[in-house]
Design a protein around this ligand. Structure first.
Ligand SMILES: [Mg+2]
Length: 260
C-alpha cells in the first residue's frame, strides 16, 4: 500500500487511458506533469501504441502543453525496431501504421514482403492481402513478432481492435509463435532500462492496464498505481494476483501530487 507519492523521484506514465483518451487529456494531466517536473521529479511516458513514432508522441504531448523530449518517451514501435536492428534482422514484413514504419526506417530495418520476419501491430488499413502475406511468410518459417497483445486501442472517438486479436489466428494458422516486443516484454523492459535513467526503488509506474503496465512495473521492481477509467476495472484490479496486482489504485491523476 502506498500512503504518499511524495518519496518517488521518478514517475512513469502510460499514455492511452492513463494520461489521455487520445484526443483529450485526462483531468489534471498537464498540471500534474508540470508540477512533478517543477518539483524536480523525472517524468517518463510509455506506450504500446504505434500510430505515431516516438517523435510523433513527443509532438503530441507538446501540442497538449506537456513539455518533454524523445529521451523521456519509450514506445513499443521504437523498442521493436531497435530490437530487430540489434539482432541483425535487416528486413521485416510489417503490418502497422505510419508510426511503426517510421521507427523501422530510423533503425535501418527495411520493409519487404520476402522478409524472414513478420512484425504485427495495429493497422486500421488491414486487408486480407496483408494477412495472407504475413501468414505465407510465417508458414515458411519466418520469425513472428508483435508490438503488443492488447485487444483494443482507445483512440478517443473510435475504439479499434488492436494487434492482439490477430495473434491467435496467425498462430493457429501457421504454427508460428508470436514474441511480444512491447509492454510488458523483456525486450521492452531491457530497452527501457538501457535508455532511461531509472532507479527502481524511487520509481512509480502509473497505468490503466494490469496486464501490460502493472506487470511491466512489477518486473522492473517499481511500485505501481492503477489508474481507473481505462482498460482495467476496479474489481479486476482488486482481484488481480501476483505481478498483475497494483500497489495502489487511483481515480484521478491529481492524487499523485497531493503533498508533492
Ligand atoms: Mg493504457
Amino acid at each position: 500500500l502506498i500512503v504518499s507519492f511524495k518519496p518517488f523521484k521518478t514517475f512513469i506514465f502510460d499514455l492511452d487511458g492513463t494520461l489521455w483518451r487520445w484526443s483529450k487529456l485526462n483531468e489534471g494531466a498537464k498540471e500534474v506533469v508540470s508540477k512533478l517536473q517543477k518539483r524536480g521529479r523525472f517524468v517518463y511516458f510509455l506506450t504500446n501504441n504505434t500510430v505515431l513514432s516516438r517523435s510523433g508522441f513527443v509532438q503530441k504531448l507538446r501540442d497538449f502543453g506537456i513539455n518533454t523530449d524523445e529521451r523521456h518517451v519509450m514506445t513499443a514501435g521504437y523498442a521493436a525496431a531497435r530490437f530487430l536492428a540489434a539482432n541483425g534482422i535487416e528486413d521485416v514484413y510489417a503490418i502497422g501504421e505510419r508510426g511503426l514504419l517510421e521507427e523501422l526506417d530510423k533503425a535501418g530495418v527495411k520493409v519487404s514482403d520476402r522478409a524472414k520476419a513478420v512484425l504485427l501491430s495495429t493497422d486500421r488499413n488491414l486487408t486480407f492481402g496483408k494477412i495472407a502475406a504475413a501468414a505465407t511468410l510465417l508458414k515458411k518459417g519466418a520469425r513472428f513478432f508483435a508490438t503488443g497483445k492488447g485487444l483494443w486501442w482507445d483512440l478517443g472517438s473510435e475504439k479499434v481492435p488492436a494487434e492482439g486479436f490477430l495473434i491467435p489466428s496467425l498462430e493457429n494458422l501457421t504454427g508460428a509463435k508470436a514474441e511480444v516486443l512491447g509492454k510488458p516484454s523483456d525486450v521492452f523492459r531491457q530497452t527501457m532500462v538501457k535508455e532511461l535513467s531509472l532507479y527502481p526503488e524511487d520509481t512509480i509506474l502509473i497505468g490503466d492496464d494490469t496486464k501490460s503496465d502493472i506487470v511491466l512495473g512489477a518486473r522492473c521492481g517499481f511500485k505501481t498505481a492503477l489508474m481507473l477509467g481505462g482498460e482495467t476495472t476496479e474489481k479486476e484490479a482488486r482481484d488481480a494476483k501476483g505481478a498483475e496486482k497494483p500497489d495502489t489504485i487511483i481515480r484521478e491523476l491529481k492524487e499523485l501530487i497531493a503533498g508533492v
